[in-house]
Design a protein around this ligand. Structure first.
Ligand code: NAD
Length: 248
């Protein structure tokens, strides 16, 4: 019986267009907790929905307090073996772009050009005004927060400033959704890596890829709802699985 990693190696070698789709599990090796594991972020904190963030100053203050409590973790994080393996496939011309649910910027840090990282849930390494969309840097937000004790409002339009992430109840980014759909429909191998595949609409992309004729591989240390439609399920650690593709 050939191992899952050997089968994955053959599938990668035989594919011409590979689209990876990543979730929080690819970044746990980098020290960023995922959402749903026992020491995941939500096991500790109920997420703040978008309408609460918009409506209440105390919710915004709490959201920024939590974000700054995570700052050292995000700032120290370096790409893991999973990120590096995908970056190598990208440089080899096999991966046109990566679709990610992650907000940690680690695919970009690993060497994938920002335009080729399709961020379905945004990015937590900078902020945006929820009114006019103006970009604000986290250092500025932090300075304001420490000086006033409150979450900031935009210097251009006075609307609240939020991390550039997509919260529950917030509209999905239309350009990214379109690009992810196109990628899922035009690949011959789709790799779902480190996602519990329960957050929608993101979880629809592996299904779309499979329905469009791609082979589907799921790499995750826990079962997912989509295991039964996958061509190969590797229920194992991501770094251990993808590390051999970059020589470690
Ligand atoms: P999730 O937490 O729901 O699922 C992560 C999955 O990865 C789990 O099934 C877990 O068992 C598995 N996993 C964790 N470490 C692993 C490892 N080393 N090897 C193999 N499997 C491993 O995350 P999700 O599906 O991405 O969805 C939740 C939401 O979480 C997303 O919307 C995303 O925006 C957000 N999020 C992002 C980050 C990040 O940017 N790094 C971190 C936490 C949450």
């Amino acid at each position: 019986l050939r191992s899952g990693v050997e089968q994955l190696g053959d599938m990668i070698a035989n594919a011409s267009v590979i689209v990876p789709f990543t979730g929080a599990g690819i970044s746990t090796e980098s020290g960023i907790p995922d959402f749903r594991s026992p020491n995941g972020l939500w096991t500790r904190n109920r997420p703040i929905p978008f309408d609460e963030f918009v409506a209440r100053q105390d919710a915004r203050d709490e959201a920024w307090r939590r974000r700054f409590a995570m700052q050292d973790t995000f700032a120290a994080a370096r790409p893991g073996r999973g990120h590096r393996a995908l970056a190598a496939l990208y440089k080899a011309g096999k991966v046109p772009a990566v679709i990610t649910q992650n907000i940690d910027n680690l695919h970009q840090t690993s060497g994938i050009v920002a335009n080729d990282v399709v961020e379905l849930h945004g990015n937590t390494t900078y902020a945006r005004c929820i009114g006019c969309g103006k970009r604000h840097e986290l250092d500025w937000v932090r300075h304001w927060f420490e000086r006033t004790g409150y979450a900031p409002h935009c210097t251009s339009c006075d609307e609240p400033v939020k991390t550039a992430t997509i919260s529950f109840g917030q509209a999905m980014p239309t350009g990214e959704m379109r690009r992810a759909s196109e990628l899922a429909q035009h690949c011959d191998l789709f790799l779902a890596i480190g996602s519990s595949l329960v957050v929608w609409p993101a979880a629809g992309f592996p299904i779309l890829a499979k329905e469009s004729g791609a082979k589907l591989v799921i790499i995750n240390n826990e079962p997912t709802d989509q295991d039964e439609i996958a061509d190969l399920v590797i229920r194992y650690d991501i770094g251990e699985t993808l590390g051999p593709f970059v020589g470690n």
